[in-house]
Design a protein around this ligand. Structure first.
Ligand SMILES: [Mg+2]
Length: 263
């Protein structure tokens, strides 16, 4: 039941923000969630920004948040790697800032494909991508026994003028060459939802996943056994939602309409 929800797991792009603009009703909704003793956590596949970047962006939009309000695909990846590859060497194709974040979390990282100890290849969004990095990754994946993971399956990442290729597109390019595809950690896998529920002590029945995309947000909630709400301020349309295999439990025109229905 919608009125029983206390923990709101919100997508960012297309759900609460459109570019650098806040979507109408977001501020009021978040403040009422807090006032009623509930909690909100943004769960995002966007690996281009750190949690600190997000805190600052939301501050500029007049919304005060802290580290507990965010779980990003890169954060979930860090947790995943620490759990599954303790002290093992990870080859990373990603930005310098992503590599820094992994190292800060005491993960052993290399960008040298000749390293004999490599246990796993990890791909992320990379706006510093070079052909050399692609070639090194191909060599590793086709000649060595290594695991293969990636931060998020999104094909595109929204920017000011439209879209640029995201992690999923890089992986698809590699797949043509090496005939392997990675295990993706972001939505629709359930790792971020599981971390959010665990960290906030609410039940799955009290939790709602909110997003604008069917194949990541809605599928993720449904796989995690949590009710889902689709908002029509981003990618998916009402018609697409009706045709989708895992139908969202609720469909709202916007976060504002969700707020009204929940109240
Ligand atoms: Mg979105």
């Amino acid at each position: 039941m919608l009125e029983d929800k206390r923990l709101f797991l919100l997508d960012i792009d297309g759900t609460v923000c459109k570019g650098k603009q806040l979507i109408n009703g977001t501020r009021e909704f978040l403040s009422e969630v807090k006032q009623s003793g509930g909690q909100f956590v943004f769960i995002t596949n966007n690996a281009t920004k750190s949690i600190q970047d997000y805190i600052e962006t939301f501050q500029e939009l007049g919304i005060t948040t802290d580290y507990h309000n965010f779980i990003t695909a890169s954060y979930a990846t860090t947790r995943y790697v620490k759990k599954h590859y303790p002290d093992q060497l990870i080859y990373v194709l990603g930005t310098k800032s992503f590599i820094r974040e992994l190292k800060r979390n005491r993960i052993r990282v290399t960008t040298d494909c000749e390293d004999a100890e490599i246990a796993c290849v990890l791909i992320s969004y990379d706006n510093q991508l070079t052909y050399e990095k692609l070639q090194d990754t191909c060599e590793l994946l086709s000649t060595r026994k290594v695991d293969y993971i990636a931060t998020n399956p999104d094909f595109v990442c929204p920017v000011e003028f439209g879209y640029v290729p995201d992690c999923g597109a890089i992986c698809q390019m590699l797949e043509h060459a090496v005939k392997r595809s990675p295990y993706f950690i972001g939505k629709p896998e359930t790792a971020m939802v599981d971390l959010a529920i665990k960290g906030n002590h609410y039940t799955r029945e009290e939790t709602l996943v909110v997003g604008d995309r069917l194949y990541t947000d809605i599928l993720c909630g449904s796989r995690a056994g949590v009710e889902t709400a689709l908002v029509l301020t981003g990618e998916a349309t009402k018609e697409e939602a009706e045709a989708f295999e895992q139908k969202p439990d609720y469909v709202f025109s916007s976060i504002e309409a969700l707020h009204k229905a929940w109240k």
